[in-house]
Design a protein around this ligand. Sequence first.
Ligand SMILES: NC(=O)c1ccc[n+]([C@@H]2O[C@H](COP(=O)([O-])OP(=O)(O)OC[C@H]3O[C@@H](n4cnc5c(N)ncnc54)[C@H](OP(=O)(O)O)[C@@H]3O)[C@@H](O)[C@H]2O)c1
Length: 329
Amino acid sequence: MHYRNIGKTDVMVSTVTMGCWAIVGDFNWGPQDEDDAVAAIRSALELGINTFDTAEAYGSGYSEKLLGKVLEGRRKDVVIATKASPSNFAPKKLRRACEDSLKRLNTDYIDIYQLHWPNHEVPVDDTLEAMDRLREEGKIRVAGCSNFGPGDVSEALAAGRLESNQVAYNLLWRGLEYELQQICVENEVSLLPYSPLAQGLLTGKFRTPEDVPPERARTRHFAAERPHTRHGEEGAEEETFEAIKKIEEISEGLGKPMAQVALAYLIARPGVASVIAGMRNAKQAAENSRAADVELSEGDIKKLDIATGPLKKRFGPALDMWQSEERTK
Ligand SMILES: NC(=O)c1ccc[n+]([C@@H]2O[C@H](COP(=O)([O-])OP(=O)(O)OC[C@H]3O[C@@H](n4cnc5c(N)ncnc54)[C@H](OP(=O)(O)O)[C@@H]3O)[C@@H](O)[C@H]2O)c1
């Protein structure tokens, strides 16, 4: 495992983070055995993953509670990243949300406290000032954001400081490369890619678009006819599976599982501190943690860029994988 700094701070994250959304086993993910979730967390820890990403919204607090329980006794070894929901960005609400998360997480500080999605109704200056107070009081170590677009990040940095931005980024969704990535690199705001396996598409478990169950087929890759989409677009199912086939061939050539190549690609991209990968059991934790040691050459990265170039062009600079009406700016 390798470790990198978050933004300009001394908080060190493992290059692979365990994402703790899917382990709640909700509508999107289907049932989850809690023993498997606990085993995934323990296995991640053993393999050197020190960073765990959760949110007050995941399972309405269940994900935070489970983490708090399983990480008991290991607090000083881990970095906990959680998120406040946009409805809680007004200063008083943010304080309350933070204190509630602390209780559920069974701790007295949060390492990385992130604004989950932009809320353009609450002035970002007020929210960042509230974050500063929480930091001064030792309740959080670092303020970060998530799903902030180029305009959102620039506005926030003019008002205060954010050390990280967690965004959808994977080989099939490269919109941030158009503009956001450079802004984050220039300002030393760490990028934390989420859904790095495109919610399972980049593991090879789905051979055709028809294999993807409706609850999973919600992103803009899939046609609007899919029952749970909300983007109203035609999707790009054929192009998506063509790209997956090419990535698979490149991975076979490297003798590595596609999931590890997909994660290693992101770890090698500018500005990325850690990839936030979902893992629902110990086996997935082991497989995904190994990506930290996969080194891709410039040539391999170029091949992957070319293989996924048509999709990148197709979706353009969009950041929101689910809605065509951008929630970011
Ligand atoms: N800030 C935000 O708005 C936001 C949004 C989304 C996610 N996130 C964060 O990012 C994390 C990861 O994103 P994600 O869960 O959406 O997608 P992901 O990491 O791309 O995909 C994870 C899913 O792929 C499957 N998988 C993982 N490793 C595998 C392996 N080695 N072999 C086979 N299947 C494997 C698992 O589901 P199955 O076994 O069920 O197939 C797992 O839940 C989340 O947990 C969350 O912390 C943040």
